[in-house]
Design a protein around this ligand. Structure first.
Ligand code: MN
Length: 399
């Protein structure tokens, strides 16, 4: 029993360490990427040379974020802390989503992509987000390590017994056998270190581990001068039952657009001045909203009670009372229970997000802020808030 308790404690310590690493690395990146995005879309528009400089900052910033995510993913996997969900996932849908995400990259490099056509629905038993991550990684490699005017061909086929094989064929330089055996090793870029391509070689390692965690297999065949074929095999599955989609439809509030919508208030509880300034400037661009801010939990709660904002945006790591505690107090109070509280935090590993949603946050946004995603989440919360107010008025009238 004491050995189990010690192991649990060690595991918890590891999770907490990874979570705070993620937080510490993301916080400065939030300022870099957030203000970069603001400048990019500023009015007056930046000059061409300013625009080029901003592009460099943003590009390097997003790339750094990708690296941080990959390293944390790998650390999570190695410590057995990455939870994988298993559900029936439509490859058809996933392929379309990947296509949208990868097409700009392919176009930029002049690589022709060919995707599989599905005559029948095709499902695998896997984690939806992770399958996407795996495919995006393999597609992106096939584009990066290709030749000018090359192509990438993606094929899906059943692979008995009970598997589906997705193969990605590129027209790159190909790899000799001795290098093939070194693939899937972290920080081993097979002599690409001096090339113009960015990368740590972690992506493939993470990909391999993810495939294995889902009970699948990954492999590669290559011929020097002709190109490589990376393939992934996952367990095939039956289509999901319709129960899920029915409940999903019920939770989606009908979108009601009011032309003469009154100015709605957002309360942002945040202790970091750079983050406050960033959200201030983002909200300044919205004519339908005004912003109130508080620098800690108790002040935020007080302001929420008196000002009755439509939506609250809550940092998690606050001095003294945490954002989660503050949210729970707000949820319990009759005066504020109806206000959706959206978390905005640099605690961004899946474990943090799950815990946050379980605790009662309406949505959980991670830093660095992606401006578009942020605005969409705000709209969803505002819409929800509008329906809640309607319900409350209805109830009062009945009473
Ligand atoms: Mn904070």
């Amino acid at each position: 029993e004491s050995a189990i308790a010690a192991a649990d404690k060690a595991n918890l310590a590891k999770s907490n360490f990874l979570s705070s690493m993620s937080h510490e690395l993301r916080t400065p990146l939030n300022a870099i990427l957030g203000f970069g995005q603001l400048m990019e879309s500023d009015n007056p528009v930046p000059t061409p040379s300013q625009k080029a400089n901003i592009d460099q900052i943003l590009q390097a910033g997003w790339y750094l974020l990708e690296l941080i995510n990959e390293i944390l993913d790998l650390a999570l996997i190695e410590s057995g802390k990455l939870s994988i969900s298993r559900e029936s996932v439509s490859l058809d849908e996933i392929m379309l989503e990947c296509q949208t995400m990868i097409e700009p990259q392919a176009k930029k490099r002049g690589i022709r992509m060919s995707y599989p056509r599905f005559d029948q629905p095709c499902f695998v038993h896997a984690d939806r987000t992770r399958v996407k991550q795996i495919l995006i990684n393999l597609f992106s490699n096939a584009i990066k390590y290709n030749q000018a005017g090359g192509s990438v061909v993606v094929v899906c086929a059943p692979s008995p017994p009970g598997n589906i094989r997705i193969s990605i064929r590129d027209t790159g330089a190909g790899l000799p056998p001795e290098k093939l055996s070194q693939l899937f090793q972290p920080f081993n870029r097979l002599g690409q270190e001096a090339s113009a391509e960015e990368g740590t070689g972690i992506g493939l390692v993470v990909t391999k581990r993810l495939v294995e965690l889902m009970g699948g297999e990954i492999g590669v065949e290559s011929e020097v001068g002709a190109g490589s074929v990376f393939w992934v095999e996952l367990n095939s599955a039956f289509p999901p039952t319709l129960v899920e989609s029915a409940s999903e439809a019920a939770t989606t509030a009908p979108a009601q657009v009011e032309s003469s919508a009154p100015l709605r208030t957002l309360l942002y509880v945040e202790d970091n001045p750079a983050n406050l300034k960033l959200v201030e400037q983002l909200i300044a661009r919205r004519t339908d909203m005004r912003l109130l801010t508080a620098v800690n939990g108790p002040l935020g709660i007080e302001l929420a009670r008196s000002a009755q904002p439509a939506v609250i945006l809550m940092d998690i790591n606050l001095p003294g009372m945490s954002g989660t505690e503050a949210m729970q107090i707000l949820r319990k109070d009759r005066a504020t229970a109806h206000i959706p509280v959206v978390a905005l935090s640099a605690n961004a590993i899946p474990y943090d997000i799950e815990r946050g949603l379980e605790a009662g946050f309406f949505r959980y946004l991670t830093k660095p802020i992606k401006v578009n995603e942020f605005m969409v989440a705000l709209d969803v919360a505002l819409e929800y808030a509008a329906t809640r107010v309607g319900q409350r008025i209805g109830q009062d009238a009945q009473a």
